[in-house]
Design a protein around this ligand. Structure first.
Ligand SMILES: NCc1[nH]cc(CCC(=O)O)c1CC(=O)O
Length: 309
């Protein structure tokens, strides 16, 4: 048993973040033949975890999920940090590298509280704080009322049960990782598009830390990494973030990526969708798709995106 851990792995403290950190540790230990004690999990409180009762878009801070872990990385208090890639900003500090993406889980959202989008009762209150879920829902069901709902997965399930909303959405990946396999109804991701980078766990480290980068390269899942790179590149082209109503789904096969994307007006009245197919590693094609979407968007949609000015 090593006395000193080989790798200090930073993570947020929520049950989902801890489950993801355990998965990352298990994969590292399996790949390198290590005992569990080789990877020390270091829980760090993120700014986003300190505020549970207001929509994050309203708090307006940047990097709510990454700021503290970035700082711990830079200060060399940890060697690597685990993230839900969905929550990681498009533009990262130069000193930080995304060194590994784990095999991606189910990209779908699940609907809780109703059997389908069509069966949500007329005029119902639907809880979500995600602009993408709100706009996509209002596009299909302009009659419902979207209400904010925040907190970790268990909190949101409890709020639903307590009647704060008739229905809500959660990512299948998060529910599955928490063992909540039969909660909710899976929404076909080709019809109800997920968020860019949904269902992907990423591990970051300092760009100049060759030792850690090599250890993490040993568990990088190349296919999932290529999908995440394409989806994040689309976000970059849109000048978007997790607070923009952007949905995307990529599928990779035989070295090619098919990327479907949609942008919305926040109230859901406008939906602009398009798709592109390109070779893995083509980092211009997702930018071109972004440009096409923005060119086709009316000003009231384009104004919510960075490059639209
Ligand atoms: N926004 C919070 C968040 N970030 C990642 C996940 C789920 C796990 C994943 O997508 O990898 C969730 C919860 C949710 O959207 O239901």
């Amino acid at each position: 048993m090593p006395v000193q851990p080989i790798l200090r792995l930073g993570t947020r403290r929520s049950p989902l973040a801890m489950a993801q950190a355990h998965e990352a540790r298990a994969r590292l230990c399996a790949a390198h033949g290590w005992d569990e004690s080789a990877v020390e999990l270091v829980p760090v409180v993120a700014s986003g975890d300190k505020v549970q009762d207001r929509p994050l878009a309203e708090i307006g801070g940047k990097a709510l999920w990454t700021r503290e872990l970035d700082q711990w990385l830079v200060e060399e208090r940890i060697d690597a940090a685990v993230h839900s890639m969905k929550d990681v900003e498009t533009i990262r500090p130069d000193v930080i590298a995304i060194a590994a993406i784990l095999p991606r889980a189910d990209k779908a959202d699940r609907l809780l509280g109703a059997a389908s989008i069509a069966e949500i009762p007329a005029g119902a209150r639907v809880g979500t704080s995600a602009p993408r879920r709100a706009a996509q829902l209002l596009h299909l069901r302009p009659d419902v009322t979207v209400v904010g709902i925040r907190g970790n997965v268990a909190t949101r399930m409890a709020k639903l049960k307590a009647g704060e909303a008739h229905a809500t959405f959660l990512a299948a990946a998060g529910l599955d990782r928490l063992g909540e396999d039969d909660v909710g109804v899976r929404l076909d991701p080709q019809v109800w598009l997920p968020a860019p980078a949904q269902a992907a766990i990423g591990i970051e480290c300092r760009r100049d830390d060759a030792r850690t980068r090599e250890l993490l390269a040993g568990i990088d899942h190349v296919k999932s990494h290529a999908e995440i790179a394409a989806e994040r590149r689309l976000l970059e082209g849109l000048g978007g973030s997790c607070s923009s109503p952007i949905a995307a789904l990529s599928r990779i096969s035989a070295g090619r990526i098919e990327l479907n994307a949609a942008i919305f007006s926040p109230d859901g009245t406008v939906r602009i969708a398009d798709a592109a197919e390109f070779e893995v590693g083509d980092d211009q094609a997702p930018l071109e798709l972004a440009r096409t979407l923005l060119n086709n968007a009316p000003p009231e949609v384009a104004e919510h995106f960075g490059e639209a000015t």
